[in-house]
Design a protein. Structure first.
Length: 283
């Protein structure tokens, strides 16, 4: 009964002043900037292009008290978008704030676009404009996950290397040794190349399938949205696994042993002792 009553309330017509004010605002703003309007004139999607030609959308959800109260604004940003609003403001004021926010994030999107265009990004598969992390392929079963600060995209990001110890330990050492060489005046990607003393695999020469190896336990690449991020440390093996699959495998082995939240057991391919952290698996 409560749900039905609430549903009826949603269909109460809005005052004529709401529609006249909204249509006036849209005409002043320009219909060429409108990407979508619902039939009830309660949800509006505006489009904009930043200085680099990237397309962006902002969705406005207006309540019946507009323009006394501001609309809810939904954007695909890596940071919070807070609108400054006064009762005398219009949609044009929101749009101008939206454009200013786009320009403030220009360097961040430039850095991420260069990474997406010049390296093989394993995760996320289809990054949104709000995504601040990239898992970049370095070699066979070796990758680095970077977390970029959208407010300071040219600073050293958080780096987490994924792969067998013999492959990632030299990379960690190079990063620690060369950290002082980071130059905020050059691009994020070039800095990573210089510090790690590597060239990331080229998209022009190699395919993603050269790095996207299936899990050796479930024989799938994606499992509940995750990709294999655990690799056997034996150089002659190097089989990748999903964290969840490896943890479940080791749990089921009679020879496995557990110390606090870390479980030890044999690799299903080469019998080398593997360890798996329970907390990482649960996260």
């Amino acid at each position: 009964e409560i749900a039905l009553k609430n549903t009826q309330d949603l269909h109460i017509p809005r005052p004529p002043e709401y529609y006249s004010c909204l249509v006036r605002d849209l005409e002043i703003l320009g219909w060429n900037k409108v990407a979508y309007v619902d039939t009830g004139l309660a949800t509006i999607r505006l489009k904009a292009e930043d200085s680099c030609g990237r397309q962006h959308l902002i969705t406005l959800k207006l309540n019946a008290k507009y323009p006394t109260e501001p609309p809810d604004c939904l954007v695909d940003f890596p940071v919070q978008f807070a609108v400054s609003w006064m009762p005398q403001n219009s949609l044009g004021d929101i749009y101008n704030q939206f454009l200013a926010a786009l320009e403030s994030l220009k360097e961040f999107w430039d850095a991420m676009d260069e990474i997406d265009g010049k390296t093989w990004v394993l995760e996320p598969e289809n990054p949104t404009r709000s995504a601040t992390a990239r898992r970049i392929a370095i070699g066979n079963n070796v990758s680095v996950n970077i977390e970029v600060d959208p407010r300071h995209p040219n600073m050293l990001p958080e780096c987490c290397f994924l792969g067998a110890d013999h492959a990632v330990n030299p990379l960690r050492m190079k990063l620690n040794t060369n950290m002082h060489l980071w130059d905020p005046e050059i691009s994020l990607l070039q800095n990573l190349k210089d510090l790690l003393e590597i060239d990331f695999p080229s998209r022009a020469v190699l395919e993603k399938s050269d790095f996207a190896k299936d899990c050796g336990i479930c024989y799938a690449y994606r499992l509940d949205g995750t990709t294999p991020d655990q690799v056997c440390d034996e150089p002659r093996c190097g089989q990748p696994f999903h964290q969840a699959c490896l943890y479940e495998w080791l749990q089921g082995l009679p020879s496995s042993r557990q110390s606090f939240n870390v479980i030890f057991g044999e690799c299903p391919y080469c019998n080398k002792v593997r360890k798996c952290n329970e907390n990482e698996q649960l996260n």
